[in-house]
Design a protein around this ligand. Structure first.
Ligand SMILES: [Ca+2]
Ligand SMILES: [Ca+2]
Length: 69
């Protein structure tokens, strides 16, 4: 969540793999991903989609850059 908010608000450089920040798996990295994570962690929203909670490749195709996948 810290990396996501830092990237969105410019206090951290974007990671090479933006797909890692796409928590709601909609193919874009936006503030809605932070809201999705918060709601999921507090049991007020759907679970974060795979590969969470284990690091791995995104099983659904999208346009987000992720070197090596
Ligand atoms: Ca997203
Ligand atoms: Ca995806």
């Amino acid at each position: 969540m810290i990396a996501l908010l830092g990237t969105l608000f410019g206090s951290r450089p974007s990671p090479q793999c933006l797909d890692r920040l796409d928590a709601d798996d909609d193919g874009a990295v936006t503030l809605s991903d932070a809201v999705y994570i918060g709601r999921s962690l507090y049991g007020r929203g759907p679970a974060i989609p795979p590969p969470f909670p284990v690091p791995g490749a995104d099983p659904t195709p999208d346009a987000l850059a992720c070197p090596g996948s």
